[in-house]
Design a protein around this ligand. Structure first.
Ligand SMILES: Cc1cc2nc3c(=O)[nH]c(=O)nc-3n(C[C@H](O)[C@H](O)[C@H](O)COP(=O)(O)OP(=O)(O)OC[C@H]3O[C@@H](n4cnc5c(N)ncnc54)[C@H](O)[C@@H]3O)c2cc1C
Length: 273
């Protein structure tokens, strides 16, 4: 197990804001057992959805790698993917193996575990669509025994592995589809900014958080270096020197104004820890 005693989480947080704290890299079952002896531990993936609200934490954070960072074909139509595998690595594997069914998700900067936990999705697809089962410390759970909905799952244990059903297609077709969704994403999202992606969930299928935020007048609005993106108003970005308190202030301001104007309570999509 790799241990970083005073790790700077701002280096891995997609918002570029994070505390100093203890980070463990769990590489096998023995490491896992050690981590579970500490009841104050929290798993993190790529930190592309987590907002670290505090400057210091008593609990430790851990990430999966080693045996949980691998992808394996287990039959002609199933693959097993470690919970710590980054989606970008997974996608390269899919292209090599001519596997289709995940192209819409290109550009989501999460790990397989983090994506399944919150049922990440884009352009009408989501990570749970082709899922067959997950493996946690408690063993295997098949998809039909898990509740998935919009940006939600009821999984409450670290996802060590995921098994997906897969289908094949021509490599060129898969690549073209990926290219199409890359273009679609880059035309509407500030991809090079420091951000956690969508800040709030859409209140319903036809009421969009970005529209409420835009109509409430927040496009480009800043509190110091923390700003509502001009390109996508549900993305809050850190222009460089943003801090926790300005981020929290902006979230509160948006929630209050949207409620005052439209009587709609915006629910966070990001997770505050
Ligand atoms: C530019 C940008 C674009 C984005 N676009 C999208 C999008 O299109 N669609 C979308 O859904 N999201 C999007 N996101 C948000 C984010 O990338 C996803 O929600 C992703 O699933 C988070 O994965 P992560 O590994 O970074 O998880 P983290 O942020 O590290 O953690 C998120 C949660 O998952 C839990 N978790 C992490 N790993 C595991 C595990 N192995 N087992 C159990 N729980 C675990 C954590 O404890 C935490 O509760 C975007 C983010 C950014 C920055």
């Amino acid at each position: 197990m790799k241990i970083y005693k005073d790790f700077n989480f701002s280096k891995i947080s997609y918002l570029g804001i994070g505390p100093k704290g203890k980070l463990l890299i769990v590489e096998d079952e023995n490491d896992l057992k050690e981590v579970f002896q500490n009841d104050k531990s929290k798993i993190v993936g790529n930190c592309s959805k987590i907002f670290f609200a505090k400057k210091r934490y008593k609990n430790i954070f851990y990430r999966l790698d080693g045996i949980y960072g691998k992808i394996e074909k287990i039959s002609s139509n199933r693959i097993m993917v470690g919970g710590g595998v980054k989606f970008s690595k997974f996608l390269k594997f899919l292209i090599d193996e001519r596997i289709t069914g995940f192209e819409e998700l290109v550009g989501i900067p999460g790990t397989i575990g983090g994506m399944i936990k919150i049922n990440a999705g884009a352009f009408g697809n989501n990570i749970s669509k082709n899922l067959f089962s997950i493996i946690t410390v408690e063993g295997k759970t098949v998809k039909k025994d898990i509740t998935f909905s919009y940006r939600y799952s009821n999984i409450d244990k670290p996802i060590l592995f995921a098994i997906f059903n897969v289908e094949k297609d021509k490599r060129e077709v898969i690549k073209n589809r990926i290219e199409y969704f890359v273009k679609k994403r880059s035309s509407s999202q500030p991809l090079n900014a420091k951000t956690l992606g969508s800040t709030f969930k859409n209140p319903s299928m036809d009421i969009f958080a970005w529209k409420l935020i835009d109509d409430a007048g927040f496009r480009g609005y800043c509190i110091n270096d923390i700003c509502v993106s001009k390109k996508h108003t549900n993305f809050i970005i850190n222009k460089g020197y943003g801090n926790n308190s300005d981020f929290m202030k902006l979230i509160k301001l948006i929630k209050n104004k949207v409620f005052k104007l439209y009587k709609i309570e915006l629910e966070l999509e990001i997770e505050i820890v």
